[in-house]
Design a protein around this ligand. Structure first.
Ligand code: CTP
Ligand code: CA
Length: 226
């Protein structure tokens, strides 16, 4: 009870936050990536630190300055992100998967810059490991928070991901909504748990959304020990 009342409810908790987008190399000068800015993940990391947690960020490609004073490991690809998160997994209390992980990577990565030839070219892609799903399957006492950006059927897709990836919470946003999405400084999210919709937040700054998420996580993890 006392811990719940304190301003540092996450004191002693090890929180890992993945942020940004992964980058999948085609050749030494080309890659496939996405528009993730890293803002949401960084905001969650700052909030977790503010609430007393010991935070590590695993960052892919980002467009903004990472928070100062928080441990950060930079990665490129989904495979590298998996390695980094997996290395910390056993000691992790709370994992927040805010990163936009590429679903596929080029099957071959050319050693040298590719030359153009015909009028069309086909790039064969192979599926990346699903980091969250893989770790969700190996969950012991970790509390898992997934993210989802959708353009339609928010609740259906959110609940499907929450269950499929064995998440405790899933933060979903409809990226077609004004004030939501990748490069925006604000976000509009619904937070789901295994029973369905847990919290529906209005349009807020990503900093504020980060704090609301981590406050909810604190409420739900305080008293749980490893
Ligand atoms: N995720 C992950 N590894 C992947 C893909 C996604 O860990 N290879 C995580 C994301 O970090 C996010 C959650 O899973 O927390 C949902 O990502 P999303 O792309 O929405 O889910 P997918 O299962 O890839 O489904 P979709 O077909 O909608 O892309
Ligand atoms: Ca995906």
């Amino acid at each position: 009870r006392q811990e719940a009342m304190s301003k540092k409810p996450l004191a002693g908790k090890k929180v890992v936050v993945t942020a940004g987008g992964t980058l999948e190399r085609i050749d030494p000068v080309r890659f496939i990536s996405n528009d993730s800015s890293g803002k949401m993940g960084f905001a969650v990391a700052r909030a977790a630190q503010q609430l007393g947690a010991e935070v590590t960020i695993i960052a892919g490609s980002t467009q903004v300055q990472p928070p100062s004073g928080i441990k950060i490991t930079s990665v490129e690809s989904a495979s590298e992100m998996f390695e980094a998160v997996n290395a910390l997994w056993e000691a992790t209390d709370i994992l927040v998967k805010a990163a936009a992980v590429a679903d596929y990577r080029p099957k071959e990565r050319a050693m040298h810059k590719m030359k153009k030839s015909g009028d069309t070219m086909t790039l064969e892609l192979v599926k990346n490991i699903d980091i969250l799903e893989t770790l969700g399957r190996n969950k012991t006492s970790q509390f898992l928070i997934g993210f989802a950006a959708e353009t339609n059927e928010l609740e259906t897709y959110a609940m499907d991901k929450l269950r499929r990836k064995n998440c405790d919470l899933l933060v979903a946003n409809d990226v077609t909504m004004e004030g939501a999405g990748f490069s925006s400084d604000t976000n509009v999210v619904n937070i789901y748990d295994t029973n369905g919709l847990a919290v529906s937040l209005p349009k807020l700054s990503k900093e504020e959304v980060g704090l609301r998420i981590m406050e909810l996580v604190a409420e739900r993890t305080v008293g749980l020990s490893r």
